[in-house]
Design a protein around this ligand. Structure first.
Ligand code: 8YV
Length: 311
């Protein structure tokens, strides 16, 4: 029998089809009684396929004694305990690089949307209206100051795109980067300098809620926050307070602290743009991610080196 793997979230149909051709796949997210299923099958489950936004809950990993590999369909690995995986000899793979351009592209889309109020304009036209002074003016995108928090592959790709807008750029990052872009010592200094603060850092216990009330106040009443990283980096209650009180000018968010739950307080705000964690969601990139997930699983089960191992 083919290796048995547990699928933790829906995946693109082409990937689900390819997985089903290779493995005996159990769709964990559709099980009515997960406990009963695990009691009966856990000892045979050798692989897990999951999304970057889901990872694998520690309690579930602990209940899979035969687990050999966790293949993440995403670059983020904040929801997988890598140290524990290493200790157990469980391998973990992700899908870096192939999604960098798309995430950076969406960051630019969010920046333009929130500064130029594209969703408001769209709603206006759909409502049969035309601006006659009743649609407030937006803010310029070009030649503004953009601070990028997290300057890895994605942060740098965002910076390259912003150069085309004649942007002034600065970044703050965990580790120094070889770049002509100016480094700023702390997130709060970066926020104080920026017109637009773009969050592109990976999630970790150290970056949890780093964008707090102090950082938002430093960004100030003309500043805009953009987040394409993880919701956990932003203190969402503090962000809502700042937006409602006009202590910052606006926000564009692709990620939220408790996805898929988005606080309703966001919905009545006109100075926000909200998207459903879709930065890597293009046909081309999801196919490339799927190919990498399969290549990692195939390599593992054939006893070869995985192309993009984390552990
Ligand atoms: C995906 C992501 O939405 O790569 C990541 O870490 O969060 C996104 O690309 C997700 O992982 C899809 O499964």
């Amino acid at each position: 029998m083919s290796p048995e793997v547990l699928q933790l979230c829906p995946l693109m149909p082409a990937l689900e089809k390819a997985l089903a051709e290779r493995f005996t796949v159990h769709r964990f997210f559709e099980l009515a009684d997960a406990d009963a299923f695990l009691a009966e099958n856990a000892s045979r489950l050798r692989g897990v396929v999951t999304g970057g936004h889901i990872g694998i809950p520690a309690e579930l990993a602990a209940r899979l004694p035969a687990l050999e590999i966790v293949a993440i369909n995403g670059v983020g690995f904040d929801k997988v305990d890598l140290a524990e995986a290493k200790r157990r000899g469980v391998r973990v793979s992700n899908t870096p690089d192939v999604l960098t351009e798309d995430v950076a592209d969406l960051a630019i889309g969010l920046i333009v949307s929130v500064l130029r109020q594209i969703p408001l304009g769209d709603a206006h036209v759909r409502a049969g209206r035309w601006p006659s002074g009743d649609l407030a003016l937006g803010s310029k995108v070009s030649r503004r100051r953009y601070g990028i928090f997290g300057f890895g592959r994605i942060g740098q790709a965002i910076a390259r795109r912003l150069e085309g807008f004649g942007a002034e750029l600065a970044y703050a990052s965990r580790s120094p980067v070889e770049t002509p872009v100016r480094a700023v010592g702390s997130l709060i200094e970066l926020a104080a300098w920026s017109d637009v603060l773009v969050i592109a850092a990976s999630a970790s216990p150290e970056t949890r809620n780093v964008v707090d009330a102090g950082v938002l106040d430093a960004l100030g009443p003309h500043g805009v926050l953009v987040n394409v990283a993880r919701g956990s980096l932003v203190d969402e209650a503090a962000l809502l307070d700042a937006l409602e009180a006009g202590r910052i000018a606006g926000a564009a968010l692709d990620v939220f602290a408790d996805e898929p739950h988005v606080p309703e307080r966001f919905f009545s705000l006109h100075n926000v743009v909200l998207t459903p964690h879709m930065a890597s969601a293009t046909h081309e990139t999801r196919q490339a991610m799927a190919d990498l997930v399969l290549a990692n699983l195939d390599a593992h089960f054939a006893g070869r080196e995985m192309p993009t191992p984390l552990v």
